[in-house]
Design a protein around this ligand. Structure first.
Ligand code: AMP
Ligand code: MG
Length: 702
């Protein structure tokens, strides 16, 4: 009965085409597929909506995914109506009947006439009321003057759902009568078109690949209001949140909500379970914590090659942050949480790419041309109101929509302008200097995938295709702790044996450059209780903790000792230089990276291990830093066994490396602009040999 992979929620509308720009009180489709929310889709009229549903059924079926479609109007009428109208007491008799009488097109439909026609078959006045048209319709009262029609006012389900409208009311804010009359024929057609694949709830057993159910977003109104307060279109939030709520419900909970008995009137899915649905779709909900043993290494492993260590991290980690919806202007640098689909094409309309004169190509004669100019012009945002007759031209400015009758534009520089006429040479191509509607992006195309770290250019793309807010992951919070009795704060007086804490400012800045929120937990001396307190704070205030120092197994190495004590620590001996064993563990459900104390090793281990791990935790997924092969500007012999990273920079097209490989040389870190990566095996590098160079910048984006 359950086991659905894809949840598609449709917010219906009984009105006419709502135009190219996404707006409220239109048709919206929200899809959550395999747990991932898509940005809600705007559908300007019922013809588009019907096609979108048919496509979805085909696509999900082809991919073998079980699909639950929710539609927000009643599937049945109060008991007795089906029999009175059709002579049969099944809801599908009404669906069939309506399909034969409803005439529907994007610019209008006969729903009010049909309501009047039905009323004519009932005694008294009603049951339908409200005429939204100027003209009178026989038997359809404008006001609620109904009496003696014999039908109940509400279905049993409606009576239990405060705020629902009756299916008899054909118009006025919130009314659903028109939606039922225009919607049921669409569902009926889909039932027939996909015969044997679709089951309608609660009238049929849900043993087909597709289930169609009745929904009502009013059930999660409080959650919708909270989302709406942050911006965006109400209808879009409704379908997005309902799809997410149903998708996140455990199968047994969904099965319980589906277990109703309403063979004639139908039912609203989730009625009576409002609180549970709202808790489930909450935007601030975060995924469950990582497992405590996620850093455990297979038994008997000694030195782990870098690639294997990275593969383990990639396999064991996943996003740990919640999601939120942000206005476009605030989303740069954030991680996209759902695919973005174009609500609108770019360009939305055919337009001119240059300043010049537009005309119909087919109306040109052979040879050089003289065309009469029409009055007026077309400019960007100010369309030409009329139609340009064949053999005429119109002044057009860059970005202007092509007027009716224009498909080709000639550059103004190629034209001689006379009194009311233009002349130009033969040879212009059909469609020259114009841009086709959708030539860049088609409406409905996926323009960005989840995990994308949003760039300024992405914001331009999203704005152009009609989005004003974006679903993103909450910022990953990263705590940084330095450990060691010898450390003091920069700016304070140093006594013998003391050194300034160099790792914290470096790691803090790195974390912020990577786009994460820094939680600075300061310095901790080599004292177990103090370190425990710092880790406790980290687990409360952050999603991941970076410590430096105290990470190997010497006497003062309290980070390893404490993580060991917590029972969730693994010492990863990674075959890497510079670097000591990396201590990886879980503290209070939060992953801890125990980095080496030595600043050179701390930076390299952060870039090579902590960085990709944090990207996964942040929702951005796994990214391999982009390096490239350049000729070596140095000489080096290397023994097999450990991968090596040298502090390097590019000068005159060659990679040069710092004069000393001493891992205490912080000046070499600052001198470097990237790392040269030498393979795990032996190597003998002579000047001019290709080596892999990875600029520091490659590590920072995502
Ligand atoms: P440890 O990993 O604690 O044994 O430290 C290794 C080396 O790195 C020692 O020489 C430490 O003094 C040095 N070190 C540890 N933490 C820092 C830090 N935050 N800033 C500068 N040097 C450090
Ligand atoms: Mg130490």
């Amino acid at each position: 009965m359950t086991g659905f992979n894809t949840f598609a929620m449709l917010d219906w509308s009984g009105g006419n085409d709502t135009g190219p720009t996404p707006c409220r009180d239109a048709i919206w489709l929200g899809v959550t597929r395999d747990g991932v929310d898509e940005a809600p889709r705007y559908l300007r009229n019922r013809t588009e909506a019907e096609a979108a549903l048919a496509r979805l059924i085909e696509e999900e079926g082809a991919a073998g995914r079980r699909l639950l479609i929710g539609v927000d109007f009643p599937f049945g009428f109060p008991a007795g109506f089906a029999e009175a109208l059709t002579g049969a007491d099944t809801p599908f008799a009404v669906w069939d009947w309506l399909e034969t009488v409803i005439e529907d097109a994007p610019d209008g439909n006969n729903r009010f006439d049909v309501a009047g026609e039905i009323n004519g078959r009932f005694p008294g006045v009603g049951p339908f009321w409200f005429n939204g048209l100027q003209r009178e319709i026989a038997d359809l009262p404008r006001k609620d003057t109904r009496a003696g029609h014999g039908m109940a006012e509400r279905r049993v389900a409606d009576a239990q759902a405060p705020g629902t409208f009756t299916c008899w009311q054909m118009g006025g804010a919130g009314a659903v009568g028109g939606q039922v009359l225009t919607g049921l024929p669409v569902l009926n057609r889909l039932r027939r078109m996909f015969y044997g694949q679709v089951a309608v709830w609660p009238f049929e057993v849900l043993d087909k690949p597709v289930a169609v159910v009745e929904i009502w977003p009013g059930l999660i109104n409080a959650a919708v209001k909270r989302a709406e307060a942050e911006g965006g279109i109400r209808d879009a939030h409704q379908v997005r949140l309902l799809a997410r709520a149903l998708a996140r419900l455990p199968d047994d909970r969904l099965a319980e909500m589906l277990a109703v008995d309403a063979p004639e009137e139908g039912w609203i899915l989730g009625l009576g379970h409002e609180e549970e649905l709202m808790a489930t779709c909450d935007d601030t909900l975060t995924p469950p914590p990582l497992r405590d043993d996620c850093f455990a290494l297979p038994a008997g492993v000694d030195w782990t090659p870098v690639e294997e260590a990275l593969a383990l991290l990639r396999e064991r980690l996943r996003a740990v942050v919640g999601q939120e919806v942000l206005p476009l202007g605030d989303a740069a640098g954030r991680v996209l949480a759902a695919p973005v689909t174009a609500r609108r094409a770019n360009p939305p309309e055919a337009n001119t790419a240059v300043d010049g004169y537009g005309f119909a190509y087919a109306s040109l004669t052979k040879g050089d041309q003289v065309l009469s100019l029409v009055e007026g012009r077309a400019a960007a945002g100010v369309p030409y109101p009329g139609s340009v007759p064949p053999g005429h031209a119109v002044r057009v400015l860059t970005g202007a929509a092509l007027p009716d009758g224009v498909d080709t534009v000639i550059l103004q520089e190629d034209v001689t302008v006379g009194e009311g006429r233009i002349a130009f040479r033969a040879g212009v191509r059909s469609g020259a200097n114009t841009r086709r509607a959708g030539e860049d992006v088609e409406a409905g195309a996926t323009v960005l995938e989840p995990g994308r770290v949003l760039t300024p250019a992405d914001l331009a793309l999203c704005a152009a295709v009609g989005l004003d807010d974006l679903p993103v992951f909450a910022r990953l919070r990263v705590a940084v702790i330095s450990t060691g009795d010898e450390l003091i704060e920069p700016g304070t007086q140093a006594r013998a044996g003391q050194i300034y804490d160099a790792n914290r400012p470096m790691l803090g800045a790195l974390v912020q450059q990577m786009g994460y929120d820094l939680v600075d937990l300061g310095r901790v001396s080599d004292d177990r209780a103090a370190l425990r307190d710092a880790l406790d704070r980290g687990a409360k205030e952050a999603d991941v903790i970076l410590t430096s120092g105290g990470a190997s197994s010497g006497d003062e190495d309290h980070v390893s000792a404490l993580l060991n004590e917590a029972g969730a620590m693994a010492e990863w001996r990674i075959a890497l230089k510079p670097g000591r064993p990396l201590a990886l563990g879980m503290w209070g459900g939060v992953p801890v990276f125990g980095l080496p104390g030595n600043p050179v090793a701390a930076l390299v281990c952060t870039l090579i291990f902590a960085r990709p791990a944090m990207a996964v935790l942040s929702g951005a997924g796994w990214h391999v830093p982009q390096g490239f092969d350049v000729p070596a500007g140095f000489e080096k012999r290397k023994k097999p066994g450990r991968r090596e990273y040298l502090r390097a920079r590019i000068r005159d097209g060659r990679a040069e490396v710092f004069k000393s490989e001493g891992s205490g040389r912080i000046s070499g870190l600052s001198w470097a602009e990237g790392l040269v990566e030498l393979p795990d095996g032996p190597a003998e590098i002579r000047p001019g040999d290709p080596v892999r160079y990875i600029p520091f910048g490659s590590f920072l984006g995502g």
